[in-house]
Design a protein around this ligand. Structure first.
Ligand code: HEM
Length: 134
């Protein structure tokens, strides 16, 4: 598996752990105020990052490019900034609002970079199918 896929999966599993901890905390405390932070942590952090990592695993040539690394750092910075600031904002800390806004823009730039990677030409590597045992 390419290095960037490993990086994406390692980062993604950390977000899933944090997201689940938030979910369990909401369930136990019966206070669902931070539902938005939980949902974004799980969906942008775990699900989307795992999809990015999977895409690079299927396209190892694109995974080796500098743009792929830049995209990883931009997108990850956006989520790392967004999850805690959104969590605090939903808890009533209005001062976090501009940080949430900035994090959202950084995350969107990361998504646009990934769109560019998807549309850029690169040899698609098809994994050979497993041998059939009759
Ligand atoms: C053990 C794991 C998890 C626990 C304990 C948990 C717990 C919760 C709780 C308590 C809520 C609030 C429900 C409400 O107020 O209506 C919630 C909402 C939500 N969770 Fe989780 N969650 C878990 C995993 C996940 C995962 C893995 C994802 C996504 C990949 C996810 C996505 C969401 C979303 C999108 C909502 C908002 C649903 C809505 O607004 O209707 N959760 N979760």
């Amino acid at each position: 598996m390419p290095r960037i896929s490993q990086l994406y999966f390692k980062t993604a599993i950390l977000f899933l752990i944090i997201g689940i901890l938030m979910g369990l905390n909401m369930a136990i405390s019966q206070d669902h105020t931070v539902i938005g932070a939980h949902a974004h942590c799980n969906l942008l952090g775990w699900v989307t990052m795992a999809i990015f990592g999977g895409y690079h695993a299927l396209n190892p040539q694109k995974a080796e490019t500098r743009l792929a690394m830049i995209q990883y750092y931009v997108y990850t910075a956006g989520i790392v900034l967004m999850v805690p600031s959104l969590y605090l904002m939903l808890q009533g800390n209005a001062a976090m609002e501009p940080i949430v806004a900035l994090a959202s823009v950084v995350t969107f730039v990361g998504v646009l970079l990934f769109a560019f990677i998807i549309f850029s030409s690169g040899k698609v590597v098809v994994t050979p199918s497993a041998p059939s045992y009759r």
